[in-house]
Write a protein that binds this ligand. Sequence first.
Ligand code: GSH
Length: 208
Amino acid sequence: MLQVHHLNNSRSQRILWLLEELKAPYEIIHYNRDSETNLAPEKLKDIHMLGKSPVINDNGKVIIESAAISTYIIDQYAPADFSPSKDDGDYYEYQQLMHYAEGSAMLPMLLLLYSSSLGKNAEPLMNRIFSEINLHIGYLSECLGENDFFFRNKFSGLDTMISFVLEAAKISDSLKSFPNLINALDNYQSRSAYKKALEKGGEYILGS
Ligand SMILES: N[C@@H](CCC(=O)N[C@@H](CS)C(=O)NCC(=O)O)C(=O)O
């Protein structure tokens, strides 16, 4: 059975949510962040040398990176109409956002997280960090428009991927000028599969 090596308070929550939406069979192997360093425990490196979560193991096939994991799960367990096939004219547009979530949108939020430990010394970075967050969140707002979901206004893997970006942005109050994203996040968090994933995954401070 597919195993999700799941770290509390992490991006791995989006993988549990996707699996719940698809009603796919899976098992969770739980890991907890170190209470002082907030890092993943060393034993996560037994699964993959990076020691990051999410990481899945499906009958010996180990896959890292949320977007690759999501694509694998969708290919294995989702109905054909859940995501665009390669010959669909919007295939690459879908792929673009799938990878954009981690490849670009998360970067300024990570910079904000890391630089916060510098206290006042981080001040010269703040304008640039917040203008980048605003740029990326503005782009996502533009992509969503008046829809509820990111791809053809139908729930897809883009929503599970982008949800974490929105949750991270909410922490720094960066969603406040984008009511469509606030609504989308509220809708995500009220889905029964999302709630079930939360129950199974354990502590997830970004989910409230
Ligand atoms: N881009 C990767 C990021 C993986 C990642 O950095 N995960 C974090 C949790 S959100 C982690 O495992 N952090 C623990 C650590 O670095 O010790 C993905 O989307 O899967």
